[in-house]
Ligand binder design. Sequence first.
Ligand code: PBG
Length: 311
Amino acid sequence: MRVGTRGSALAVAQTTRVAEAIAAATGMHVALVIVTTHGDVSRAPLAQLGGTGVFVSALREALVAGECDLAVHSLKDLPTGPCDGIVLGAVPLRADPRDALCARDGGTLATLPHGARVGTGSPRRAAQLLARRPDLLVSDIRGNVDTRLARVHSDLDAVVLAAAGLDRIGRGDAISERFSLVDAPPAPGQGALAVEVREADVSTEVMARALAALNDPTARAEAIAERALLGTLEAGCAAPIGATASVSDGIFRLSATVYRLDGSEQLTATAEVPATPNMSDDAEPTQLGRTVAAELLARGAAQLAPLGAAR
Ligand SMILES: NCc1[nH]cc(CCC(=O)O)c1CC(=O)O
C-alpha cells in the first residue's frame, strides 16, 4: 500500500504513524509517497494563496492518478466540498485541537508586554488575539513550523500555532500556553487527520480493514460537524471562524464563533443532540453543523466577517 503525503516534517511525521497503523492492521508492506504541493512552494501570504486547498490538490491528483492508494491530509486544510472519485475513508483519533502560544521566556497571553509582536498567518487567530489583547501587534507569518518558531528568537515576541502540529513533530516544549477551547475555539477540524481513498477502492477487503483500524468514530463525527458548519457558511480555512465539537456524557455538541477581523465583535452559536450510535453515519453530524451555521447566519454572521455566503 502506498500512502501519499506532503513532504513537510509535520506531514511526514503524521503520515508515518498512519502508515504504521495500516501495516499493523493489514500485515501489508506500506510505503510513503511524498508529493509537493503549491502551498509548500509559494511564498505568498497564506490568506491570499487562493484559500482552501492549496496544500491538498496535488495530493488528491496523485491519489486519483493511482500514484498512491491513500492520502493523508491535515483535516483542517481540506476544502469542504466533495472531490470526484475520492471519499473520506477515515478520521483517526484526534490530537490536541487547541491553539498554542509559543512565547519567549514562557510568556502567556496575560503576561506578554504591552504592544508585543505576535505572529500568525490566520485571520481567526489574529481576531482572537486582538479580542483579548487589543494592544498586540499581529504580524502575518508563513513557512513551516520550525521557520515560524525561529521568529520568536529573532523579531517576534510570540507566535500562535496548532498544538497538534507541535506535539506531532516533538516540539511541544516550545508551547508556553495552550489556549482554552472557549477563549480561542480552533479552526474546524484542527488536530484531526483526513485519510482519503479512491471511491472505487473503499470496500475492497484490505482497504476496509485498514480504514476500520484507522477510523475513530468520535473524531469523525466531530470533524464532520465542524466541516459542515464551515461548508454551510461558505467559508474557507482562512475565514475568522472558530469551532469546537465534542462528544461527552452522551451529548454531541457543536459551538462556533465568527469574528470581526479586528476582533472587536464576535458571535457564538451552540447546538446539541443526544449522542447516538448513528453518529458514525455522517448525516447527523452534518445536520448539527448546518444548524449552527444557519443560526450564525440568521444572527448576522455574514455582516461581521467575509463569508462566501454573504456574496
Ligand atoms: N494550515 C496549516 C496547518 N495545517 C495543519 C496544521 C497542524 C495542526 C493540525 O493538524 O490541525 C497546520 C499548522 C498550524 O496551524 O499551526
